[in-house]
Design a protein around this ligand. Structure first.
Ligand SMILES: Cc1cc2nc3c(=O)[nH]c(=O)nc-3n(C[C@H](O)[C@H](O)[C@H](O)COP(=O)(O)OP(=O)(O)OC[C@H]3O[C@@H](n4cnc5c(N)ncnc54)[C@H](O)[C@@H]3O)c2cc1C
Length: 511
């Protein structure tokens, strides 16, 4: 669409960004009667933000299979009869949020997230996003039966690409206009109220008046300068798992209007990521550079030493914080090592063609292949580890099996198997940043608060821009759910605010 088209736009609500949170906002604002416009910094072919890169883990509370069938209406007989879905109650979701954030999560925002998660999963599926049982990723087959171990029973089918396609199709069917290659650069204000956006479009600066603005344009994970500034030393050299466009512009625009920073500005979500992955995400690979199955092996640094309890919990409870610890290791990269016994438990991400892998029939052979690693020390580490495994405790990947090591400087708490069955295989990984935790303070209506406890009228936030939910760690599948919950809320309340503006204007004209 041309610059002149954009300069003639007078929407009720402008949504900045076109990832999951933004599209949920836009669809919700439209559902609530608003005329909606979306501005997206990326070109059409790179649209979708981090949301596009996701594997589709989607965390919501449910009380049993009946709840899941409300969302996934076409479960097969096999999926109904041969799978133990267990429950993931609101209490379990709260427990995970509290445990993982060490009780720092903002209680009001956490309550909104958890209590709205099931309804929002249903709403998202009504928008055309398909959810299916996530067998294989979140459930292992033991004694002929799949059992879900982490509460993530339904996955977004087709992951981020299919989710985003469904949301784009939905928005387009509602004639919500999306302008690509149109980054918002600042907000228009009248007094303390936000009354529109200034954007760059086709080499021109365009002012777009609007009654309300939703900021849903990610956090600052793509910006090495901000990562170094807020996360600290070495974070500028970490790889970025997703989009290159989340430069912190939304946070800057909000702060320029006096927004209150909130949450864990020195914290982020980061994972073990292939050492040879490109600096930013590759849409053809999606999330497959990640390597999440370390609980079934050991991780060694360049000194040939283990430095972390690989089996402290299911990967979904540790992966988001263990990624950052790699930056603290010599050379800022490490190797995940497995033997043949657990090869069948490794997810598809270990079998992609673009993987940095070493494999050998002997541990000595492998030691020589682990680039940068002290091989002698590595062999000692494995010997000590093997001796320390409590093999009398049965191995079970579906539960915290307590099969631990004893007597090591760094013990492994669960799934401790001696490395004794060739071939041995190892994967070279570094830190990949997913998203940063710091954001702005929002109310339970997704309105952005100012620094002194008031509201910035007309300004809303959703998705990664919402600060205060995650501290230090994260439960997988919560990012998309948070984007959907707060996106939906922000869209609804922005539309209502726009209507109130209309009523106030009509009343003034009638006076
Ligand atoms: C590889 C990977 C795998 C992941 N897997 C999962 C998963 O399985 N489950 C899960 O829950 N979460 C997952 N996440 C996290 C999840 O992607 C994010 O939490 C979530 O998608 C963030 O949504 P969002 O809409 O806030 O941001 P985004 O989806 O990043 O959207 C922000 C948009 O804003 C645009 N933008 C930025 N600046 C501007 C500007 N100035 N003007 C206009 N537009 C702008 C960007 O281009 C982008 O399109 C994963 C992330 C990655 C990177």
């Amino acid at each position: 669409m041309s610059a002149s088209d954009l300069s003639q736009e007078k929407p009720d609500v402008v949504v900045i960004g076109a990832g999951n949170a933004a599209l949920c906002s836009a669809i919700s604002a439209h559902e609530n009667g608003a005329n909606v416009l979306i501005l997206e910094a990326a070109p059409l072919e790179r649209r979708g933000g981090n949301s596009h890169f996701t594997g589709g883990a989607f965390r919501f509370a449910y009380n049993g299979i009946e709840d899941l069938q409300e969302i996934c209406t076409d479960m097969t007989e096999q999926e109904i009869n041969e799978v133990d879905y267990g429950t993931y109650t609101e209490e379990q979701f709260f427990d995970d949020m509290f445990e993982l954030t060490k009780f720092r999560t903002d209680p009001d925002l956490c309550e909104i997230l958890v209590r709205n998660s099931f309804e929002t999963a249903k709403w998202v599926s009504r928008q055309g996003v398909k959810l299916r049982p996530g067998l294989g990723r979140q459930a292992f087959k033991v004694d002929g039966r799949f059992k879900f171990w982490g509460g993530l029973a339904l996955h977004i089918w087709g992951g981020g690409p299919d989710m985003m396609k469904a949301l784009y199709d939905n928005a387009e069917s509602k004639r919500i206009r999306i302008y690509y290659e149109t980054p918002a650069v600042s907000l228009l204000r009248s007094g303390n109220r936000v009354v529109g956006v200034i954007a760059q479009h086709q080499g021109k600066t365009v002012e777009i008046p609007a009654k309300a603005v939703v900021l849903a344009c990610g956090s600052f994970e793509s910006n090495p300068q901000m990562r170094a500034q807020y996360l600290g030393r070495n974070w500028d050299v970490a790889k970025v798992r997703g989009t290159q466009y989340n430069m912190g512009a939304g946070l800057r625009m909000a702060m320029e209007c006096g927004a209150r920073p909130h949450g864990n500005w020195s914290g982020c979500h980061s994972v073990a990521w292939d050492v040879n992955a490109p600096p930013y995400g590759d849409l053809t690979i999606g999330d497959q550079f990640q390597k999440h199955n370390y609980p079934f092996g050991i991780i060694v640094n360049s000194n040939g030493e283990r430095y972390v309890d690989e089996g402290a919990n299911f990967h979904s409870h540790t992966y988001a914080k263990y990624g950052g610890i790699i930056l603290e290791q010599p050379d800022m990269n490490v190797w995940q090592v497995f033997d043949a016994k657990v090869a069948h438990l490794l997810r598809s991400e270990y079998r992609i063609r673009r993987v940095t892998k070493a494999e050998s029939d002997t541990l000595e052979g492998l030691a020589g292949m682990l680039e940068g690693v002290d091989g002698t020390r590595f062999l000692e580490t494995v010997k000590q580890f093997n001796k320390a495994c409590k093999t009398d405790i049965p191995f079970n990947p579906n539960v915290l099996d307590g099969r631990c090591t004893e007597g090591l400087a760094v013990n492994k708490t669960n799934w401790a198997n001696p490395l004794d069955t060739p071939p041995y295989h190892a994967y070279h990984v570094t830190t990949g940043v997913t998203f940063t935790f710091g954001g702005v303070k929002v109310t339970t209506k997704a309105e952005i608060e100012d620094q002194y406890g008031g509201m910035i009228p007309g300004l809303y936030a959703a998705g990664e821009m919402v600060g205060g939910l995650f501290y230090n760690n994260y439960a997988s599948g919560t990012g998309l759910m948070s984007g959907a919950v707060f996106g939906r809320l922000a869209g609804k309340n922005a539309a209502r605010f726009a209507k109130e503006c209309d009523s106030a204007q009509s009343a003034t004209m009638a006076d």
